[in-house]
Design a binder for this molecule. Sequence first.
Ligand SMILES: Nc1ncnc2c1ncn2[C@@H]1O[C@H](COP(=O)(O)OP(=O)(O)OP(=O)(O)O)[C@@H](O)[C@H]1O
Ligand SMILES: [Mg+2]
Length: 337
Amino acid sequence: MSTINSFGIDLGTSNIKIFSEESKSIFVERNMIAIENKRNLLAYGDSAYAMYEKSPSNIVASYPVCNGVIADIQNMETLVKYFINDLSKGGMKMSDYYVAVPTDVTEVEKKAFYDLIKESSVKARKIMVVEKAIADGLGLGIDVKTSQGVMVINVGYATTEISILSLGGIVLSRLIKVGGFKFGESVRNAIRKEYSLLIGEKTAEKTLESLYELEINRQPALVFGRDIVSGLPIEREIPTKLIDEALIENFATIIDNIKVILERTPPELGADIRRQGIYLTGGASQISRLASLIERATDLKVNVPEEPITTVALGLAKVIKDDKFNSLAYYIEGMGR
Ligand SMILES: Nc1ncnc2c1ncn2[C@@H]1O[C@H](COP(=O)(O)OP(=O)(O)OP(=O)(O)O)[C@@H](O)[C@H]1O
Ligand SMILES: [Mg+2]
C-alpha cells in the first residue's frame, strides 16, 4: 500500500463528497456542523443535519459553505479535519488533496479552497485545484481533453453552474444562485400563502425529492407543518400541481441562463453540443420535469447520469488515478508549494 493517500473533495453547499484513493470510494455527508454554546462541537455531517431546525437556541446547526463558496472558514476547517480523520481509519497519513472549485467566482474565493486544506491540519503534501465543471465532465465519462463543445449544467443546493467545455478547458461558465434551496423556498412560500401553513426546510426538501414518484403515482404530497391561524401542528395533503406551479419561476431562470450561454457559444462548439446534447448533473437536477423542460426549451437532448450527486467527485478520482488527466489539476497562482 502506498504511503501517500490522495483525496478528491467536492465541497458542496449541502453535501460534501470526498473520494479517497485508498478506500476507492466516495463518501457523501451533509456539509453541516452543530455547535453548542457558541464553542463546543456537538455534531457534524449527517448527525448535525438531524438536529437542524430542531435544536434549542444554544445549539446552532449551520452550513459553512454558502452559494458554493466558503463562508464560515473556521467551521469548514473543523469539518474537513473531522471528515478526513474519519476516512483515515488507520490514522491520518500525508496526502495529496484535489479540490474542485467553481469557475465563475473571484480569485480570492478560489484561493480560499486552497487555504482551507492548508489550515485544516490534515497533513497535506500537495494541494491542487480542478475546475468543478471539468471534473463533472470527467465523472460523466467524457474525455474532456479531446472532446469539443460539451455543455454541463450542475444543479446543486444553492447554485446552478452552466459551463461549456472544450479541449480540457472552460470556454464559458456562469454560476447562478438557483438550486434545491430556492426550489424549497418557493414551495414553502406557496404552501404558506395557499394554506396558511408553515413548513420547514427539511420537509420541503423531502417533498421535492419525492415529487417525481408522487406524480407518477398521482398522489398528493403529505406535509407536516404549523397552521398559522390556530398555531397548531397539522398534517395536510398538498396537490403536486401547486408545487409544480411554485417551481416554474426557478426553472425559467435556469432555462433563460442556459439560452444566454448557448447564444454566446461559438458556432462550431454549438454544433458539437447539438450532436451530443446537454449533460445535467447535481442532486437537484433530478427534480421532476426539469430535464424535460430544458429539452423542450432548447430543442436539445438532455443526458442524465445515474448518480448526479457524485459526478464531480468521480471526475476528481479520474484526475487522481489516470495520468492522462492529472494535468487538469493545477496550483493556484500565488499559492506556495
Ligand atoms: N431525487 C431528487 N429530486 C430532487 N432533488 C434532489 C433529489 N436528490 C437530491 N436532491 C437535491 O439535491 C440537492 C443537493 O445536491 P448536491 O449535493 O449536488 O448539492 P451541493 O453540491 O451540496 O450544492 P452546490 O453545488 O450548490 O454547492 C439538495 O437540494 C437535494 O434536495
Ligand atoms: Mg455541488
